[in-house]
Design a protein around this ligand. Structure first.
Ligand code: URA
Length: 433
């Protein structure tokens, strides 16, 4: 077996065998296949695709490329949640403390930003002291004690995905169905939860631009889940505009704190109710989805979810004085308004463009070794269907560099599409697969 032949086979649109896929995954993790050889194969997969069978074999090989977690000592059904990625997507950070406050254990490994999308781990790290690198034994102990832990993907969990994920980001190969499905499902299979709820985002700020491709990848991931004996539900959510008002790391943590205090924008509310009600159902804690939604809202408004969030931050070394007094968070130097140049209704706020604008401000990485600026980002004061008057503020840019800030203001003025006719409010839950 040699890698040149495997690359040539995929280049020539052949179906790879199990041996070829396993050889590639195992030898790449060992360092016996170079990044440029892996990049060539990944690009061939991107261009020529994979059959369902190949994608399943790739997923299982990646899941077995490192350690797999055993969460059975928690003695309760653990339901994992993962998003296919988006802009302003702070759903995990808002929802998981709510789920834990209902007595359902949360043992969650999250990722960093990828392309124009943000990452939960980058957001959590904007809380001073929050430690995302906790040894697995301690991670399980924390879940036993407090009911919740959210950490980064350990080096040894699906290491093939860790390497491929970072590589894909640098060679424009993120938005590929077999690569996204195998990336997500390999991590979920290795992370040990018995059941999985996937937030499959659809729209301009998602990797799946239309509902058809979201349904297709959902069916594929469900099939892989069934083969791995993990019941999987996919909730299709709207990512045509960013989720909530905040885009950027600290700004999204500030919005999370507000949500957990009960001040939740409609889109975030609808999405956490849609996804959360299925997590509760799969955990075996309630078959009635409407009742589950009521329990979610109850624990937000009675403060239990906020208290659980404080417990999560405390147990992972975060300084809760920042959560209790959000004014302590470091602010960007320049806070620049984006002003509407005409009156009307907001018809479009392309989420990918907003995500790229935020990355340009420094909130995300261009190269995988880049640092990020936690303070910068965008606050969207107006969302799709809102009415706006000329001269009103559409958004604020938070920048640490004046020139970059002004460029972002100009770009946002173009991103906001204002029309004369009234616009129907968006739906945020599009389907359940
Ligand atoms: N999230 C992942 O974990 N992997 C992808 O490839 C895309 C989104």
């Amino acid at each position: 077996m040699n890698i040149q032949q495997i690359i040539a086979n995929k280049r020539d649109k052949k179906i790879l065998s199990q041996e070829e896929i396993e050889y590639f995954v195992n030898e790449y993790v060992k360092g016996n296949i170079t990044d440029y050889q892996a990049a060539a194969l990944v690009m061939a997969i991107y261009l020529n695709g994979m059959t369902e069978g190949e994608t399943t074999m790739l997923t299982l090989a990646m899941a077995r490329s490192g350690e797999t977690l055993d969460l059975s000592t928690l003695n309760k059904t653990v339901v994992d949640k993962h998003s296919t990625g988006g802009v302003g997507d702070k759903i995990t950070i808002v929802l998981m403390p709510i789920i834990a406050s209902l007595g359902i254990p949360v043992a969650k490994m999250s990722g960093r930003g990828l392309g124009f999308t943000g990452g939960t781990i980058d957001k959590l790290e904007s809380i001073p002291g929050y430690n995302i690198e906790i040894p697995i034994n301690n991670f399980i102990e924390i879940v036993k004690k407090t009911g919740i832990s959210v950490i980064g993907q350990t080096a040894n969990l699906a290491p093939a995905d860790k390497k491929l994920y970072a590589l894909r980001d640098t060679i424009a190969c993120v938005d590929s169905m077999p690569l996204i499905a195998s990336s997500i499902m390999s991590k979920k299979i290795a992370a040990g939860a018995e059941k999985i709820v996937l937030d499959v985002t659809v729209g301009s700020g998602a990797f799946m631009k239309d509902k058809e491709s979201a349904v297709e990848i959902s069916k594929l991931m469900k099939k892989i889940g069934t083969l791995a004996n993990k019941e999987t539900v996919c909730v299709l959510t709207n990512m045509d505009e960013p989720v909530g008002k905040a885009v950027g790391n600290t700004l999204e943590i500030l919005e999370t704190i507000e949500c957990l205090k009960g001040n939740i924008p409609n889109d975030i509310k609808e999405i956490i109710l849609g996804i959360g009600s299925y997590i509760i159902k799969l955990a075996g804690e309630g078959d009635n989805l409407e009742e589950n939604k009521k329990r979610i809202l109850e624990n937000i408004y009675n403060g239990k979810a906020y208290d659980k969030f404080i417990e999560l931050i405390t147990s992972q070394g975060g300084d809760i004085s920042y959560i209790e007094n959000p004014d302590k968070f470091e602010k960007a130097k320049y806070i620049l308004p984006v002003v509407a140049n005409k009156s009307g209704y907001i018809a479009e706020i392309n989420a990918k463009d907003v995500g790229e604008t935020s990355v340009d401000l420094g909130a995300g990485r261009v190269k995988k070794e880049d640092g990020i600026d936690h303070a910068v980002g965008i606050i969207l004061e107006k969302k799709i269907a809102d009415e706006v008057k000329e001269g009103e503020i559409l958004a604020y840019v938070h920048a640490n560099n004046e020139e970059k800030g002004e460029k972002a203001v100009k770009r946002l003025q173009e991103i906001y599409i204002i029309v004369e006719q009234k616009i129907e409010p968006e739906k945020y839950i599009l389907d359940i697969i």
